[in-house]
Design a binder for this molecule. Structure first.
Ligand code: V47
Ligand code: SF4
Length: 388
């Protein structure tokens, strides 16, 4: 997709002075303010936002699009919390639709990847009152015994806050124990929207915004990088999205520990907020673009394809996104249960590569920390039989 070059915006007489000023800042690599961020959401049209976001994305990453080979483990969907947007969790007393994997079942999932070139396992789930810090530390150690080189990205700040509280340890002690047992990084979930008033309405009983930020700051201090998400398209206003991103941008300025920012679109199937309409694809693309423009100190912006579907993921690559997560291998249920387009999210590496090439970008397989594993610029497919 071709968006207008940012230089032509600067000299376009039909574009307002305010929008030209913001384009000038982006061109000069100057940070935009919170009120400019809200202004972009309110006033800027899709083409303009795409031009700015694509300019930044190509300056940072050229034509590259990153993906990895990963699978998810969701140990349980039983959860002590009651987030209004969640379609996935079940309370301890509910049996229908609930699951709880035994340790052996989890380790067997890891064993099914023997000989397959996956580099990351992503472990998140409901907050089960009986699965605590020491259980999970032991589990990670066993996973690393089976698969020593795999990167373990595990537990949202919500899970970690509960584990540490129950084990009566500080966040620093808890994270240190998990790290010693083999946990490498943290995923970005549980952030939702940091504004305290919105949070109270959609997920009152789980970790606070301050706790989420403190846990990630502590992880970064211990040398465990992390991701950050934002759940958008529900009751929040544009100012709340900017406030959310601003708190993350400030923390990143302090620690430099975030790898990637992942906006997550609210899906409305089978949850307590099902009465709300979902936002449309235009809003998804506008949101990716504003995120890319605002989050100047985040290296990467990820579109999580199992949630938005393959086509929107492809489009997002012209609106600031440089990463589309991984092969997934049909191993997550969070979005399937919330009504996403992808009912069995799994792509072979070859399919991911072709999806990226179809929009004239260069696929790059990365590891969790964005080290390049394979650059597909001049890749000779005929030499390999392993593109499964
Ligand atoms: O925190 C739950 C979201 C998140 C719904 O770090 C929903 O690489 C939309 O964080 N509609 C968990 N979203 C998943 C997550 C994640 C996913 C992929 C990659 C990474 C990463 C992290 O899922 C929750 C919540 O924000 N979520 N229900 C729903 N109905
Ligand atoms: Fe539990 Fe997470 Fe669902 Fe909230 S989003 S109810 S913490 S599983």
């Amino acid at each position: 997709m071709v968006t207008q070059k940012i230089e032509s915006i600067l000299s376009d007489s039909t574009i307002s002075e305010e929008l030209k000023n913001i384009a000038g800042k982006v061109y000069g690599e100057e940070r935009i303010t919170p009120s400019e961020g809200v202004f972009l959401y309110e006033k800027a049209e899709l083409g303009y936002l795409g031009s700015l976001a694509n300019h930044i994305r190509e300056k940072k990453h050229g034509n590259y699009v990153y993906f990895n080979r990963n699978f998810h483990i969701e140990p349980t969907n039983i959860c002590v919390f009651d987030c209004k947007f969640c379609s996935y969790s079940r309370l301890l007393k509910q049996t229908e639709g609930a699951w709880e994997l035994s340790e052996e079942e989890i380790l067997n999932i890891v064993r099914t990847y023997d000989g397959k070139p996956v580099t990351e396992v992503h472990i998140v789930g409901g907050v089960h009152p009986k699965m605590g810090l020491h259980y999970f530390a032991g589990l990670i150690k066993k996973i690393k015994t089976i698969r020593p080189e795999i990167h373990v990205k595990a537990f949202t700040a919500v899970e970690l806050e509960y584990m540490c509280r129950k084990a009566k340890v500080s966040y620093e002690e808890g994270l240190h124990i998990l790290k010693e047992h083999g946990q490498d990084s943290l995923p970005g979930g549980g952030a939702e929207i940091f504004d305290e008033n919105i949070r109270k309405q959609i997920c009152e009983d789980k970790c606070t915004s301050a706790q989420w930020l403190e846990i990630h700051e502590t992880a970064h201090k211990l040398g465990m990088p992390s991701n950050a998400t934002m759940l958008y398209g529900h009751i929040e206003k544009f100012e709340h999205r900017i406030d959310h991103m601003n708190r993350l941008r400030d923390l990143q300025g302090k620690t430099k520990g975030f790898n990637t920012f992942i906006p997550l679109k609210f899906r409305n199937k089978a949850n307590q907020m099902s009465g709300m309409k979902e936002v449309d694809v235009i809003e998804d693309l506008r949101n990716y673009a504003v995120s890319r423009i605002y989050m100047d100190n985040f290296a990467h912006l990820k579109a999580y394809w199992p949630m938005i579907g393959r086509t929107t993921a492809q489009l997002s690559l012209s609106f600031g996104v440089d990463d589309i997560d991984g092969t997934i291998d049909d191993s997550t249920k969070i979005y399937t249960m919330a009504g996403s387009e992808e009912q069995n999210p799994a792509l072979t590496t070859q399919q991911l590569v072709e999806m990226i090439q179809q929009v004239n970008r260069i696929p790059v397989e990365r590891d969790t920390l964005y080290n390049v594993i394979t650059d597909y610029s001049n890749y000779d497919f005929s030499k390999e039989g392993l593109l499964a």
